[in-house]
Design a protein around this ligand. Structure first.
Ligand SMILES: Cc1cc2nc3c(=O)[nH]c(=O)nc-3n(C[C@H](O)[C@H](O)[C@H](O)COP(=O)(O)OP(=O)(O)OC[C@H]3O[C@@H](n4cnc5c(N)ncnc54)[C@H](O)[C@@H]3O)c2cc1C
Length: 433
């Protein structure tokens, strides 16, 4: 059996008591949940009062044929990309950090900067093995056990343990990105750029300066380079090569304040001056990985990330409403990212749907908790939904109207796991266990 521990997600809030075991070694009595690299922000990768099973060591690459790899679900994107890029391949959908496992990517059906081209993570999964509460192993694909295939993509580990999976990789000519940056004087211009330049390029991501009137911002777009201009060295482990700056411990106070915000905004306005260039993939896809343990900078109480998607219709007006609610609350959001999603390719609890997705980080305190709850209600009223991988505060009545297939998903959960073996602090909070 595992040992007792206080554990949290990447946001370091909430912190819960759990027994920590290791997948494949500890069985986990009572309720269990699996955990990859713990990069979901809230409480979905911790089983309060039960066992949290660490899956990081189930990370074998099993087969590689052409553009298809078969791997255990504990393999990280960092490990896979370091092997794939020198061979002329990439993982089609990567979230904003490479420190995630394949199992975690599937369980949240993660999205990247190219949703309008590549869809979400499940779109490159050919099949996976689901180990159920009843002790069966079911191979799930679009053709076989297809409801389970879709219900696990966003199912947050609540339908069983995802073991090995087959993943389709995408070919690339060079492990380098050709990038272009566009400055926008206000939010409307930024969202206009997302709709035009963002859709023309393979990848795009916007950053909003919420401290300035009108919300100016910057849009960065990229494509895989077809040739190396010779100015950048290509290292075999390139996606992971970074400076090893680290926040060594959580300071006793939150260092995110108007001063650090001004530093960040200075950085944003400097990058506004950049035009085109060639970038290494790590810097383009995973800029935050450049500072290890950056989540500690938010101090002892941790951080909340609010991420929602709002429909295209009146998108600018509705995004402005959200930002105004934040300004009125007096809470300071630190990193403000906006992206555009293409049409939804998932089902059940999968997050992406066509529209604009916005993600904002707040230090945890009473006001930011209340604000994130309020923003969840507002997002629902505006026809949007909140991303469960980031959420730590929503209530069951807020969740239900956001995900129209929730009841159907609960039916699958009851059928696959009648005794509720797979449960997390999140599933209890949202009453979906
Ligand atoms: C800096 C940063 C940037 C991010 N950017 C993005 C982004 O751009 N897009 C995006 O979509 N997400 C993003 N995320 C969120 C992150 O991609 C997801 O939360 C992802 O699920 C984390 O993977 P993990 O391996 O750390 O899983 P964990 O956080 O450990 O677990 C996440 C969920 O997966 C389940 N799970 C994990 N492994 C298994 C398994 N083998 N079987 C069954 N269930 C399993 C867990 O039970 C849990 O419910 C970001 C996170 C960070 C910290």
């Amino acid at each position: 059996m595992g040992h007792s521990k206080i554990l949290s997600g990447w946001g370091r809030y909430p912190r819960v008591h759990t027994s920590l075991g290791r997948q494949g070694i500890d069985e986990g009595h009572g309720q269990v949940i699996h955990r990859g690299l713990g990069r979901s922000y809230g409480d979905q990768a911790v089983c309060e009062g039960g066992t949290t099973l660490d899956n990081r060591f189930e990370n074998r690459l099993i087969a590689w044929e052409g553009n298809t790899v078969v791997a255990q679900s504990g393999l990280s994107l960092q490990e896979l990309l370091a092997l794939a890029h020198p061979r002329g391949y990439t993982v089609p959908v990567c979230p904003g950090t490479q420190y995630v496992t394949l199992g975690g990517c599937l369980a949240n059906n993660v999205h990247g900067k190219g949703h309008h081209r590549d869809g979400s993570f499940i779109d490159s999964v050919l099949w996976f093995d689901l180990h159920t509460a009843g002790g069966e192993t079911l191979r799930c694909s679009k053709e076989v056990n297809s409801d389970l295939y879709w219900a696990n993509a966003g199912g947050a580990g609540l339908l069983g343990y995802i073991g090995q999976m087959a993943l389709r990789l995408a070919p690339i000519k060079q492990p380098l990105l050709r990038t272009t940056t566009y400055a926008a004087p206000h939010l409307e211009a930024l969202m206009g750029l997302l709709d035009t330049k963002g859709m023309e390029h393979h990848y795009s991501v916007g950053w909003i300066n919420t401290a300035k009137k009108g919300y100016p911002g910057v849009l960065t777009c990229g494509e895989w380079a077809t040739a190396n201009p010779g100015s950048l060295p290509i290292s075999p482990s390139m996606p992971v090569k970074f400076s090893s700056i680290s926040v060594p411990f959580a300071p006793p106070f939150n260092v995110i304040n108007p001063v650090s915000l001004a530093v960040l905004n200075g950085f944003i306005s400097r990058s506004m001056k950049q035009k085109s260039g060639i970038q290494q993939p790590g810097k383009f896809f995973f800029p935050l990985d450049g500072i290890l343990h950056w989540n500690r900078a938010y101090g002892p109480h941790g951080l909340l990330q609010f991420q929602c998607v709002l429909p295209m219709h009146r998108g600018v007006e509705h995004t402005q409403l959200l930002l105004k609610a934040i300004t009125l609350s007096g809470c300071l959001p630190f990193l403000n990212v906006i992206k555009r999603f293409g049409p939804s390719t998932g089902r059940f609890l999968s997050f992406p749907m066509e529209g604009y997705t916005i993600a904002l980080d707040f230090p945890v305190n009473r006001s930011s908790i209340a604000l994130c709850k309020h923003l969840s209600t507002l997002a629902r009223k505006l026809g949007g939904r909140v991303y469960l991988a980031k959420d730590a505060v929503m209530t069951p009545d807020q969740l239900a109207p956001m995900y129209p297939e929730l009841d159907a998903w609960k039916g699958i959960k009851r059928q696959m796991d009648p005794s509720g073996k797979f449960a997390s602090a999140m599933s209890r909070r949202l009453k979906i266990d």
